[in-house]
Design a protein around this ligand. Structure first.
Ligand code: SF4
Length: 347
């Protein structure tokens, strides 16, 4: 069984979606044209500071009531449910690209917050003067996707062979990074000797390092600062040690999120079946957003998480018992080898 091959839910949806590079007159016009009764605005944690001004401005410009979703939003996989914003018939989601194969629950406008920052020539010069392989794959955060073509051209003029791959149906754009899916990188991994992530923070370079067996560097386009290579061997060894530590665990919890874009119940059921086939107990636990406190006091030895794979990889230490990804769980059962390590790509 391959948990990574589970078909995602149909993206066929009765609801419209539109994408905007930034907040501006085009978004306001589209909102007016949609004639909503109520708008729900969702912003990621990093943009919360501006959320109230933006809600006020949309309210004034459209004449429509605007409510703010206060739950932290980590991706376009967890937009507000109908229960969270019952009368809102249009959602404005800030800071994320749509995930094409996640069905929408209402008309949704994605405002990707594209950045114009970053000088492609200066960035390419920084890369060219560093010991980075000349056969290079480029992966970019949504905010910096517009840097892809000019930065590639600058790198090529300095002797680089640059590849930007097209990922699977969970990615809206070639070269796009999503924390649970680096298939745009995997598509070109065979023809490059390393990857350059363009964006800020370590979230994506770390995810990329788990996903591809190539060295990963990251360049912050705002500061023109290069970091890396990220130590994949160390990351993977830590996970393999964790897997080894729960090989004999008898009682497992199988974690399932109800968020539209994180819901993998068929995978959970198959994992439960595999656990039972190996003489283990496996209980399915359902939640929307997972809180480590929800797992306290349970008579379980370990968990396998079918929701966002980054819960196990980045936040696992916050939980009272070990949390594995689905491929790691199959390693613990002895159904998959420890090598090669497999990232839990969410297709
Ligand atoms: S599943 Fe996780 S990594 Fe993927 S989009 Fe959602 S929050 Fe981001």
């Amino acid at each position: 069984m391959d948990p990574a091959s589970e078909p995602s839910p149909s993206a066929r949806s009765a609801f419209r979606t539109r994408v905007f590079p930034n907040v501006g007159p085009e978004l306001v016009r589209a909102l007016r044209d949609a004639t909503p009764r109520r708008i729900v605005l969702q912003v990621p944690a990093g943009l919360v500071r501006n959320a109230h001004d933006l809600a006020a401005s949309l309210r004034t410009e459209t004449g429509v009531p605007v409510v703010l979703a206060t739950r932290p939003c980590f991706g376009a996989c967890d937009f507000p449910s109908p229960e969270e914003a019952p009368r809102a018939d249009v959602a404005v989601v800030l800071g994320h690209a749509p995930i094409p194969n996640v069905p929408l629950v209402r008309t949704t406008f994605f405002v990707e917050m594209r950045s114009e920052a970053g000088d492609p020539s200066a960035l390419a010069q920084t890369v060219a003067t560093s010991p980075i392989p000349r056969r290079l794959g480029l992966v970019l955060s949504v905010q910096h996707l517009d840097l892809g073509p000019p930065l590639s051209a600058e790198l090529r003029s300095r002797g680089f062979d640059v590849q930007i791959g097209r990922g699977d149906r969970r990615l809206a754009y070639p070269g796009q990074a999503l924390g649970c899916n680096y298939t745009s990188a995997e598509a070109v991994a065979g023809t490059v000797d390393g990857f350059l992530f363009v964006g800020t923070g370590e979230f994506h370079p770390l995810g990329l390092a788990y996903a591809v067996e190539r060295p990963v560097w990251a360049i912050d386009p705002l500061q023109n600062v290069l970091a890396g290579p990220f130590d994949r061997a160390k990351l993977v060894a830590r996970r393999q040690l964790l897997v080894a530590s729960v090989r004999d665990a008898r009682r497992w919890g199988v974690l399932v999120s109800t968020f539209a874009g994180q819901h993998r119940m068929p995978t959970a059921l198959r994992l439960q079946e595999r656990a039972r086939a190996h003489g283990r107990e496996a209980e399915i636990l359902v939640f929307d957003r997972l809180d480590p406190r929800d797992l306290e006091g349970r008579d379980l030895d370990a968990y396998v998480n079918t929701a966002c794979p980054r819960i196990a990889l980045d936040d696992g230490a916050n939980y009272p018992k070990p949390v594995l990804t689905p491929p790691e769980f199959l390693m613990a059962l002895g159904e998959l080898p420890l090598e090669p390590y497999r990232f839990d790509t969410y297709h």
